[in-house]
Design a protein around this ligand. Structure first.
Ligand code: XMP
Length: 526
């Protein structure tokens, strides 16, 4: 049985980071909404209570029954979690005392296994309105900041801790050390969560779950569905059939190159070319949401048409990853963002298929680590994310074959230039593996593409006045696409791409660079 830590989510923006940081330590953990705490069996070595946008002083503040947890297994409350521990067990939480946002200096006051090897003064990240004014009886203070006396505390005679700051946030200098002390030291977890162990246990459990049944999977060319396909292929071999839909909106040559690379990998792939159906359904459509819905509907129809040809299919495999699972679960009573990732909605019930999602417990960076351990080419593992509605949402306004042609050519120049620019002497981390430096600008950016704008502008080429399209370049740095910053390219790179696009793509005479961050903007323009 794998040791695990349970994280109860009270709705903080950074709960996922707690999970990521523990997984970085090779400790297996799972995140549950605070009101869906699983049974505390022998595999649970510790529990963490997350932060929250709520106040424990609210009448309907989210709460959890800690009966079988506190005193039985190690427990760590973070921010709201710490305040909940304080207020539930006789301490006091007030709203009117010092509020702290941002960086603060933590000073250790008493020795504790939680702070083993941590500097006596170090920077931490705070984000709280309420403050703990009094600790429960017998609890002792372990660390303070200038403004917050009870920045870390421990209950007597049990491994229950509270910290007012966020150890999971990168700005907390010694945060990883503290989480490591909790998970590996206090909880005694084994650090056995590695890509190799994941592959071994997942392949075995897929074999048991699926047996001799047939499975179908929709490949997108992206990292998640590719890794899911290779894992399933390892488990059930030729009983897996993959379907790769050409929606007519892919990048230049993408359909053929990706299809070819899948065949090289020994996957059983059917190419479903439905370009014409997609393009005719999109004709004249300008509203982004209508574009998305049209593409989603056609995708399901196309997939269904081909899936029906596979006799006796019992399972539909999907490349769902952990952030999709957590976001879809939502936290009751607390505002939650629900991402509508259009997979093949409606199909499972219609075709009487059961769902199998081998990556549903992995974060994106872990999917990539697993992909590498499976021997998938870096070219595929390191691919940028690409939206399901493809280039349709990068053409502002209606989609026509002519506009698609212009966009494909400009996009191809941009992406090729990113791959060709050696930046190994610069200080950019690789976006697909932040532990190393990026080798080129494609590797350094999380995602990049061109947007075809619905405006024309005046230019001069040779001796002639031109009146042609403008395109925008978009490139961001990010770790999960939830937030993103525009990428600081060297000027010489931007200059070269701009020249190349204007000189080589008929129909374009102006290139602009999008310098908006997310939030408040988004990565895509539609
Ligand atoms: P935004 O534009 O919301 O995008 O900042 C965040 C990430 O999601 C991708 N994206 C989509 N992916 N279907 C998808 O499968 C969509 O409709 C869609 N819209 C955006 C986007 O490319 C980025 O990686």
């Amino acid at each position: 049985m794998t040791d695990r830590i349970i994280i109860l989510d009270f709705g903080s923006q950074v709960t996922q980071l707690i999970g990521r940081r523990l997984r970085e330590l090779n400790v297996y953990c799972e995140i549950f909404p605070f009101d869906k705490c699983p049974r505390i069996d022998g595999s649970v070595r510790g529990v963490i209570l997350s932060g929250s946008p709520c106040s424990v002083r609210d009448a309907d503040a989210p709460d959890v029954d800690l009966g079988g947890i506190k005193g039985n297994v190690p427990l760590l409350g973070i921010c709201y979690g710490a305040q909940l521990l304080a207020s539930k067990y006789g301490g006091e939480v007030e709203g009117s005392l010092a509020k702290e946002y941002g960086r603060a200096m933590l000073t250790l006051i008493a020795p504790s296994p939680l702070f083993e090897g941590v500097k006596s003064r170090s920077q931490v990240w705070m984000s709280h309105g309420d403050t703990i004014a009094a600790l429960p009886e017998g609890a002792s203070v372990l660390a303070s900041t200038d403004d917050v006396v009870f920045a870390a505390f421990k209950f007597p005679g049990e491994e229950t801790y509270g910290v007012q700051f966020h150890p999971e946030v990168y700005h907390t200098e010694e945060g990883l050390k503290m989480l490591s002390n909790f998970a590996l030291g206090i909880c005694g977890c084994r650090a056995d969560w590695t890509p190799a162990s994941f592959i071994e246990t997942t392949v075995a459990s897929l074999r048991e779950q699926i047996g001799d049944d047939k499975v179908i999977l929709g490949l997108s060319g992206g990292v998640d569905s590719t890794v899911a396909a290779v894992l399933l292929n390892k488990a059930v071999g030729s009983n897996l059939t993959c379907i790769f839909v050409n929606n007519g909106l892919l990048r230049k040559f993408e359909y053929d190159t990706v299809l070819e690379s899948y065949k090289d990998m020994g996957l059983n792939v059917i190419g479903a070319d439905a370009s014409e159906a997609f393009l005719s359904a999109l004709a004249g459509v300008t509203d982004p949401e209508v574009k998305r819905k049209t593409i989603g509907r056609l995708f399901v129809e196309t997939f269904e048409k081909y899936a029906r040809k596979i006799e006796n299919a019992r399972w539909l495999a999907q490349g769902t990853i952990y952030p999709d699972v957590i976001e879809s679960a939502g936290i009751p009573g607390i505002a939650s963002k629900i991402k509508s990732h259009h997979n093949v909605g409606g199909l499972p019930e219609k075709m009487n298929l059961k769902i199998v999602e081998p990556l549903r417990m992995l974060f994106k960076d872990e999917v990539r680590r697993v992909g590498r351990a499976l021997g998938i080419k870096d070219e595929l593992v390191g691919r940028h994310p690409f939206p399901g509605p493809s280039l349709a949402i990068r053409i502002i306004g209606d989609v026509t074959p002519e506009k698609l042609h212009i966009l494909r050519e400009a996009d191809d120049i941009f992406i090729k230039a990113l791959k060709a620019y050696d930046c190994s002497s610069m200080d950019f981390p690789s976006s697909s593996d932040p532990s190393r430096k990026a080798v080129n600008l494609y590797d350094a950016t999380w995602q990049a593409g061109v947007i075809l704008l619905p405006i024309k502008s005046v230019g001069v080429m040779g001796d002639e006045r031109t009146y042609k399209n403008a395109v925008a370049l978009r490139a961001v740095a990010s770790t999960d696409a939830m937030t993103a910053d525009w990428f600081r390219f060297p000027y010489d790179f931007l200059a070269r791409v701009s020249d190349d696009i204007i000189n080589k793509v008929p129909g374009v005479n102006r290139v602009v660079y999008d310098i908006s961050s997310k939030p408040p903007s988004t990565i895509e323009w539609e």
